[in-house]
Design a binder for this molecule. Structure first.
Ligand code: SAM
Length: 290
């Protein structure tokens, strides 16, 4: 069954039929451009062997495209007023399951276990921008079995996920994403591809999950505490950032010695360190702990 949604006319017809009003608090900006939808589906490389998790199906526009390409689609939508609409727009598809919940409260690892026998799933979504970071970090940190994540996000957030040291966008999100996955920006998408138009530019980013992380870390949690502490006080030196953080228990002397072992000067800032260097720094400190 070919998708019927994805253009402005049919989207408006559905919205009017159900007298739907957009809720700003849910970050509702629906896609109305078939080219963008085709591009997302193609770059997600979905096959009939795949189970796709869609976060925030809205009126079911992308869900129709996903249902055509995938073996199975599970879509989690928070807004209960969209549920009868989804039942209507997806009535022709027998491989779609809708869950009416806040995605941040769903145990997605368990869902993948139950719905896909624990095999890795693909996540494809036009994300609600107000919770992009908790959604992406939750998928990684809760060890949801994943092949890839292909998502529409705010342009600036896509840039942050992709950059390395030496740029203003580099931060804790860049490092976390790049520890778990290989990021690649698929397309930039202007506001007129959505209804209503968002105030910001958007981009589709694909994150391909690594089977093994690109760096060896003895204590992942410690590395992420160090990363967070370094960027919480961005303009301070790394020594001061770590020394002042309640999350880090090492003394000033231990921190200074570790930075020296890393081969960096006392005035180095966290924002200058690569993922590999954060990994080494955390390994030096965790071996000092023993
Ligand atoms: N996929 C649709 C499309 O592309 O036209 C809608 C995308 S819209 C940017 C984001 C969707 O996420 C909305 O349908 C919104 O109601 C839903 N949403 C917002 N917060 C959510 C949450 N915490 N859990 C699940 N869905 C959520």
């Amino acid at each position: 069954k070919e998708p019927t949604l994805g253009n402005p006319q049919n989207t408006i017809a559905v919205l009017q039929k159900y007298n739907f009003s957009f809720q700003k608090k849910f970050g509702q900006n629906f896609l109305i451009d078939t080219h963008v939808l085709d591009k997302i589906i193609a770059s997600a490389e979905i096959t009939k062997d795949d189970m796709v998790l869609e976060i925030g199906p809205g009126i079911g526009t992308m869900t129709q495209y996903l249902a055509c390409a995938a073996g199975k689609v599970v879509a989690v939508e928070i807004d209960k007023t969209l549920i009868p609409i989804l039942e209507d727009t997806l009535s022709e598809y027998d491989n779609v399951q809708i869950i009416n919940q806040d995605v941040l409260k769903v145990n997605l690892a368990k869902l993948a276990e139950e719905e896909n026998d624990g095999k890795p799933i693909k996540v494809v979504a036009n994300l609600p921008y107000y919770i992009t970071t908790p959604i992406i970090m939750g998928l990684f940190e809760n060890h949801v079995p994943l092949k890839s994540i292909t998502v529409m996000v705010q342009k600036e957030v896509a840039d942050r996920m992709q950059v390395g040291p030496g740029t203003k966008d580099y931060g804790a999100l860049s490092l976390a994403v790049q520890y778990y996955a290989k990021p690649y920006i698929v397309a930039n998408v202007p506001p007129n591809c959505f209804m209503p138009r968002p105030k910001v530019g958007s981009a589709v980013i694909r994150l391909e999950r690594y089977e093994e992380p690109p760096v060896q870390v003895a204590d992942e949690k410690l590395m992420f505490r160090i990363i967070r502490a370094s960027f919480n006080q961005r303009r301070k030196t790394l020594v001061n950032g770590l020394k002042n953080s309640p999350e880090i228990q090492f003394s000033k002397e231990e921190i200074e010695a570790a930075i020296e072992t890393l081969g960096k000067g006392a005035s180095v800032r966290g924002e200058a360190l690569t993922l590999e260097e954060f990994a080494r720094l955390s390994n030096i400190l965790s071996s000092a702990e023993q």
